[in-house]
Design a protein around this ligand. Structure first.
Ligand SMILES: Nc1ncnc2c1ncn2[C@@H]1O[C@H](COP(=O)(O)OP(=O)(O)OP(=O)(O)O)[C@@H](O)[C@H]1O
Length: 784
């Protein structure tokens, strides 16, 4: 595209000027290079901007990269770095050295003193890259932290404050999201540990902003009442028939009851209308049970480990310990697997990655596979994708995929190929679609006398070691998708002569995942090869293929059963169908993301408004005016209840919301008088309460407690409602209404209700709660 060429032309011009500075940088001593940081900071403080210092700053880091790591960033890496500092997405092919590229924009943006982050997809990469590059930044007088920890480890607020106050932070998207959510649940200003987000480079940006866009990160709060509906609906769904009683949509993400299914449910549960407000929860549980039974598969989507359901991350095959699917699906799976149910929790706070990255002043991204979704990046995130040329031509051979009828035929053929490659001495990385298959393949290879290492969710502690050995002569590594992205397999020198690493994929994947996996071989211009062995039984194919395709598969399968020799399929028509299927799935995924993003934006807006209000309360030392104003607004809300106020009605209102004490109410005839009376009584109640408190500071402590306690409880309910909203609104889509419209409308209305309820509840707690002062002068509030 013309604009791409223009951008590259501009980038090249900047590169030239950076290159011109190289000899000067080479002359500088280590300590002079270190002093550059202070110089740049001064320049910024005197009014220069980041673009003004970019050239010299990049030249400085480049030289320090070389002195510390022995790697001088190539011209193409500097080009990628320039694109990143402009907030673009740099598409740099797999293995081109994105880790080193990021040092330049991170350094530059950290000079502002507002922090720069490298956000990657898993702990292993954050740790690996942070450890590798720490000395570079420290030699430039900047502080660095790696903000990831073992999920079970309790990290103190002060430790986190130190992490997030560092100039450069290496972290993962999920650690960052959770820390952000927890930071916003803290009630004391002193305990908060995060500063506003400034600049982030998102590594594997397509994975974070596209593939994981829909996954909400959830901080659970108090236990919700356990429902016995799980068991009832679990039994019920066993009686349902696919396509007659329920149907799947969107790659089995959504499931609906048909008219017959609804009637069956009404009969089974002896109710008149499954869609009446009373039966909303029942309907939701039926859908959950259907999903648990037919969308979630043991050892593919989750594992049952010591009586607990632990989820797999489907994109990278890692176990997600401690992560629960919210909205009850986790419990529905537990019911299906007949293990004890974990307590249902409500979400105290939730965010998606798109929502999280919206909070930054500037973001940039890098990936080997972003161009295919260029339009989506531009439309959704306003980020341009720039393709950076490779340093050396890529000589990896990507062989055509071989297509088989069944899974076992495919795996056997892949094993045979592995053995023949192994005999030549080339290292092989064979990637399977599930933990189970990785174990089967490993066993079979052992039976053929081929020693191998297995990298799957159950041996993560050995990951670094397995990867370190995977590029050696004769090494055979069997991995799940854990080795699909980011993994850097270093080749021993003798291996290059033999043809480099051979990657064998044994599952049909999305285009991007396929490219990522192939990209484990042939890095940095090295030799290497990749080939996929797929079957018509692969999940990716089976889940989404058309009726005609499925019919074709069954015909071939039956013929094979009758003895016809069908192993590998050569028909161009089948290959074309698979290609079209891949395109269709990707288009659909993009559509689903668009709707989810719209929904997430809705909740994001609500979250933003709520957190602004909450943070204001935390920050405001004296809340007296705020409280007076709030009570006044709440009285107006009460007054809207009726036009015909009389002493009796006021008395009821006062006893319900203002004080339990008996009060005399004068006769009144209109709303204005009613307001005067109610306002006066509220003021008297408040005055009485103030007298119990020692001083103004204690009074404000009381207000803070009431506000934050009430806000957090009601916000949890609001999040709970918003999480369920798509399930309710999806039903309307079936009935012919546009669900996005219904969603936005209901979401907006619910927020207005939430705001009004929250104000009323705060006023009620301020007026009706009981307070005590203990011996140490602490206030104890007994909430209503
Ligand atoms: N300028 C350089 N000089 C020498 N080696 C380099 C240079 N830049 C990167 N490398 C090496 O190239 C290899 C690949 O780097 P890296 O893992 O950062 O690639 P990547 O682009 O992140 O790959 P992927 O897309 O697979 O994540 C590493 O072994 C790294 O040490």
């Amino acid at each position: 595209m013309l604009s791409d060429k223009l951008q590259l032309y501009k980038i090249n011009k900047i590169l030239k000027r950076i290159n011109q500075l190289s000899p000067k940088m080479k002359q500088m001593s280590d300590s002079d290079l270190k002093k550059q940081t202070a110089k740049f900071k001064t320049m910024l403080s005197q009014g220069e901007n980041l673009d003004d210092i970019l050239i010299e700053a990049f030249a400085t880091v480049r030289e320090v990269d070389y002195r510390v790591l022995g790697m001088f960033p190539y011209d193409v890496q500097v080009m990628g770095a320039i694109a990143l500092s402009k907030g673009f997405i740099a598409e740099m092919k797999t293995g081109e050295g994105k880790t080193l590229t990021a040092t330049m924009p991170l350094y530059l943006n950290a000079l502002t003193g507002q922090g720069a982050m490298l956000v990657t997809t898993n702990d292993y990469l954050a740790q690996r890259d942070g450890d590798l590059l720490r000395p570079v930044y420290e030699n430039l007088d900047l502080t660095v932290s790696i903000a990831v920890s073992d999920k079970n480890q309790n990290v103190s607020s002060s430790q986190k404050r130190q992490w997030y106050n560092s100039d450069i932070v290496y972290t993962t998207a999920s650690s960052l999201a959770f820390d952000y959510l927890f930071n916003n649940l803290i009630t004391d200003k002193e305990d908060q540990y995060m500063r506003p987000f400034n600049y982030a480079v998102i590594d594997e940006v397509d994975d974070v902003l596209l593939d994981q866009a829909e996954m909400p990160l959830i901080v659970a709060s108090k236990n919700n009442l356990q429902s016995n509906l799980y068991e009832l609906t679990d039994t019920f769904v066993n009686f349902l028939k696919q396509d007659r009683d329920y149907i799947f949509k969107d790659n089995k993400r959504l499931v609906w009851l048909t008219y017959y299914g609804v009637k069956k449910a009404e009969k089974y549960f002896r109710i008149e209308n499954l869609f009446s407000a009373d039966n909303r929860e029942l309907y939701r549980h039926i859908i959950l049970a259907l999903k648990a039974h037919y969308c979630m598969v043991n050892r593919r989507d989750y594992a049952v480990i010591r009586g607990k359901v632990v989820l797999f991350d489907e994109r990278n095959g890692r176990l997600q310990k401690g992560v629960q699917i919210s909205t009850g699906l986790h419990q529905a799976i537990e019911t299906k697997e007949k293990v004890s149910l974990s307590p249902t929790k409500k979400s105290a706070a939730t965010i998606t990655f798109p929502g999280l990255f919206n909070l930054f002043n500037k973001i940039a991204g890098m990936s080997g596979t972003a161009k295919t979704n260029e339009e989506e990046f531009l439309n959704t995130y306003n980020m341009k994708v720039i393709c950076i040329p490779t340093n050396k031509p890529i000589i990896r051979k990507n062989y055509r995929a071989k297509v088989f009828l069944t899974t076992s035929d495919k795996l056997l053929a892949a094993i045979k190929k592995t053995i023949s490659l192994h005999e030549t001495g080339r290292p092989v990385l064979l990637v399977t679609g599930s933990v189970e298959n990785s174990e089967i393949v490993s066993e079979l290879l052992l039976n053929y006398g081929v020693a191998n290492n297995v990298l799957n969710a159950f041996n993560i502690p050995y990951e670094a070691k397995i990867i370190a050995n995977a590029g050696k002569r004769g090494a055979v590594t069997i991995a799940t998708n854990m080795a699909g992205r980011g993994t850097d397999i270093k080749l021993s020198s003798d291996v290059k002569k033999l043809g480099g690493l051979a990657v064998i994929g044994t599952e049909m994947l999305s285009k991007r995942m396929q490219l990522q996996l192939s990209g484990r071989a042939g890095r940095q211009g090295d030799p290497g090869s990749s080939q996929f062995y797929i079957s018509l039984e692969d999940d990716y194919v089976a889940k989404d293929s058309t009726f005609k395709f499925k019919k074709g598969y069954r015909r071939l399968f039956n013929a094979k059963k009758k003895g016809k020799k069908i192993i590998q399929l050569h028909s161009p028509l089948i290959k074309l169908s698979l290609k079209l299927l891949q395109e269709r799935i990707e288009e659909k995924a993009a559509m689903t993301r668009m709707v989810t993003n719209l929904n997430a934006k809705c909740l994001g807006k609500q979250r933003e408004l709520f957190y602004i209000w909450r943070n204001n309360i935390i920050k405001t030392k004296n809340l007296e005016n705020e409280v007076a104003d709030l009570i006044d607004q709440v009285i107006d809300i009460y007054l809207k209840q009726t036009d015909n106020w009389d002493a009796g009605k006021i008395k009821d209102l006062v006893n319900n919301h203002i004080t339990y004490q008996a009060v005399d109410i004068p006769e009144i005839t209109n709303t204005q008088d009613a307001k005067k009376v109610i306002t006066k009584i509220s003021q008297q109640v408040l005055e009485k309460k103030k007298k119990k408190l020692i001083n103004n500071q204690q009074l404000n402590k009381f207000y803070h407690q009431v506000y934050l306690h009430t806000m957090d409880i009601l916000w949890t309910d609001q999040v709970y409602y918003m999480e369920r909203l798509p399930i309710y609104t999806n039903y309307w889509q079936v009935s012919g209404h546009p669900s996005e419209y219904i969603y936005q409308k209901w979401a907006y209305e619910s927020f207005l209700t939430f705001e009004s309820k929250l104000k009323q509840k705060i006023a009620e707690e301020i007026l009706l709660s009981t307070i005590y002062i203990d011996k140490k002068n602490n206030i104890i509030v007994e909430f209503v």
